[in-house]
Design a protein around this ligand. Structure first.
Ligand code: GLA
Length: 431
């Protein structure tokens, strides 16, 4: 057996091992709460976006990966229409009836609204779902820009579908041709039940993620391609600022509005455009002076970011053809595009903050870090860095020390494994 094949086999075994530990610990929590084992577990990953920020709601391109942090729902179907939920990480409980779907009580905790929303929309679309007893648990940090809420909606969607299905005893393969439709349903849950006017990226990657691959997604057509991530001894490293600004949601919605306003104004000179995705940078430059200054900055960032995603994906694809273990020019350029993305988010789109900028500055000053940027909506949350394995120790020590010295709190650092999208485990995996 060749060395690299053996290496891969060991890695697969280790992953399977981690997966079975995760499943058995969730199953145990269910049993502690409801007195007997669950019949299935739905599990959906969070994500980190490598490049293509704030482009999804502009019909543009994104390149996220699914990470090995999950929201899990261990459940057992019921014969009636009740849904009994226990969120074990926050020690909260909630119950609702599937037939009372339009009345969300004021007291319903924030997390339960996602499940009520999912149940309501699945039924509105005529899907067969059933009542269930469920325990929710997870390790996607909440409010950290790693899409814990998308993972919750996706996990809930699969749990309700599994509860309504007879397939579940032997696991529940999520039909490939339904994944995009389910992602759109989960996006609507955010819009209609959480008041966040988000794009389609987070829900799509949570469903469509693939181990060791990035998802190159065209957010207009929803065409996608899984691009192998051959990072040659580098790790995707996430640093959590541990801060979240209250204005994140309102500023997010304002950015969307600014982009739409830019398109409306630019239509006077560039007809037949329906989103910023349709505008080439050269055309934009001819007319940018006509826009109010803020609109101009927001639009410039989005148009440039779309180009960066296309360039970044093409660099990786070219590089994959001549697989090399060295930090080559293509990887360095990929990192450069990540850096430029952050600079645009900081200066033109203005969704960064001092904690994200500090983490980015520290990371970039370390030899062996090829690129670093904020990831997700911004105003707090996380950065993503590509770090060579020989620099990991220095990276962890310096980031922790320098961030603590300047901000007064310890950041969290996660080495992330690029994982598969959401799954439902049935009898086979639970036994
Ligand atoms: C949040 C939204 C996504 C996307 C990102 C920014 O994560 O949910 O749809 O807009 O912000 O890229």
């Amino acid at each position: 057996m060749k060395k690299n094949v053996l290496g891969n086999d060991l890695r697969t075994l280790r992953n399977l091992d981690q997966q079975s530990n995760r499943i058995s610990s969730i199953a145990q929590k269910f049993e502690e709460t409801f007195g007997s084992p669950p019949t299935f577990i739905a599990s959906a990953p969070g994500r980190v976006n490598l490049i293509g920020e704030h482009t999804d709601y502009n019909d543009g391109y994104v390149f996220p990966v699914a990470i090995d942090k999950y929201i899990n729902i261990a459940a057992r179907q019921r014969t009636d229409r009740r849904v009994t939920l226990h969120a074990s990480d926050v020690n909260g409980s909630w119950e609702f009836n599937l037939d009372a779907r339009h009345s969300i009580s004021q007291q319903a905790p924030a997390w339960s609204r996602y499940l009520i929303g999912v149940a309501s929309l699945l039924q509105a679309f005529g899907r067969k779902i059933a009542g269930m007893d469920a325990v929710i648990t997870g390790d996607v940090p909440i409010g950290a820009g790693l899409s814990s809420s998308a993972a919750l909606s996706v996990s809930a969607t699969l749990a309700f579908l599994a509860a309504g299905s007879e397939l579940v005893a032997d696991g529940f393969p999520v039909p490939e041709n339904e994944k995009k439709e389910l992602a759109a349903l989960c996006q609507r849950v955010e819009h209609e039940f959480a008041g966040v006017n988000c794009g389609i990226m987070d829900q799509t990657i949570s469903l469509l993620g693939k181990e060791n691959h990035g998802l190159f997604l065209d957010c207009r057509s929803l065409e996608h391609e899984h691009v192998p991530l051959n990072l040659a001894g580098h790790y995707i490293t996430i640093c959590n600022t541990k801060v979240k600004r209250e204005l994140a949601t309102s500023e997010y919605n304002k950015r969307r509005a600014e982009c739409a306003k830019g398109v409306d104004i630019l239509k006077q000179w560039i007809p037949n455009i329906s989103s910023l995705r349709d505008i080439a940078l050269t055309d934009f430059k001819k007319h940018e002076e006509e826009l109010p200054i803020l609109t101009q900055k927001r639009c410039r960032y989005v148009i440039e970011e779309n180009t960066r995603v296309l360039d970044a994906v093409s660099l990786l694809k070219t590089r994959n053809q001549q697989i090399t273990e060295k930090t080559d020019e293509a990887l360095i350029q990929f990192g450069g595009l990540m850096n430029a993305s952050h600079n645009g988010l900081r200066d033109d789109y203005e969704v960064s903050c001092k904690e994200l900028d500090l983490l980015t500055d520290i990371a970039r000053s370390i030899t062996g870090v090829i690129g670093c940027r904020m990831t997700g909506a911004g105003f707090g949350g996380c950065t993503v860095s590509i770090v060579h394995k020989d620099a990991l120790e220095t990276f962890q020590t310096r980031v922790k020390k320098e961030y603590r010295e300047q901000i007064g709190i310890e950041p969290e650092i996660y080495l992330c494994r690029v994982s598969d999208g959401a799954q439902v485990f049935g009898r086979k995996e639970l036994s």
